[in-house]
Design a protein around this ligand. Sequence first.
Ligand SMILES: [Zn+2]
Length: 288
Amino acid sequence: MALNIIKNYLTNNRCYIKGEKRTPIGIQIHTIGTGQGTAQSVADYWNQAAVPACVTYCVDADVSGKVLQFLPEWMRSWADAGWGNNNLVTIEVCESDYIRYKGGANYDVLNATKFKEDILRGYRAAVELCASICRRYGWNPKAELPNGMHVISSHREGNLAGLSSNHGDPDHVWSRFGLTMDKFRADVAKAMCPELKAGMKVRLTQPVAIRDSVSTRTKKAGYVRYRILPVNVKRKCKRLAGGKAQLKAGNVVVIREVIKSYDGNTWIKIKNGYLPVVVNGVCRVAQV
Ligand SMILES: [Zn+2]
């Protein structure tokens, strides 16, 4: 699924006009809590002074992969009255036209098939959007921040931690289809990783030390020494303590072999050694 992010800043929304700066350290997931129509209809409605809400991105549920950007990522949003606004890229995922709210998080579903299609379409686009954001910032979607929240958390998780306003999204909708935030984070990590094959070129998205073999259950792989590398490879590396060679982020390598290690991680053989490139579900390379 191709992601199509369209800039649609809500210049009449007071949150945008205020334009407070903050530095994002993670992502917060919301679902909108209304039978909203399209992301464009949300944009058109929110783009007025009377609406006291605004998020960084709005994911469409009708067109696969479509995302509208309402605010620059550096701008504080008005999404959860707390943690998310001050620290996170906030994402509102559209729900469905086939939902009718009865108060709070209670709702009727008007067409079960179409409702499910809409929810899954929005979910998948949100996964891709988060993968692209995490890739750009070098974030591990499964990691935890210093306060114990995940790099990607939901409005509900913020609420349960006492950091956000009292809302239950997106679980009040996602849970019908077995979708959880843990699954979401795992799906983002998966989306960040291409299917690796011999002969393929990949770019390192983070620095990785070059190893002399692949770790096994009984023996941890050693490190390739910086001093034995050819000059042109040395230039691409950083010399670490102990004389280890660390290939810098951004370097492109050709995969000679893909090896699954005993612990489920994925290693690749390259010209000068071996690299662990998928570790605990987090991918350290991108397709070139
Ligand atoms: Zn919310």
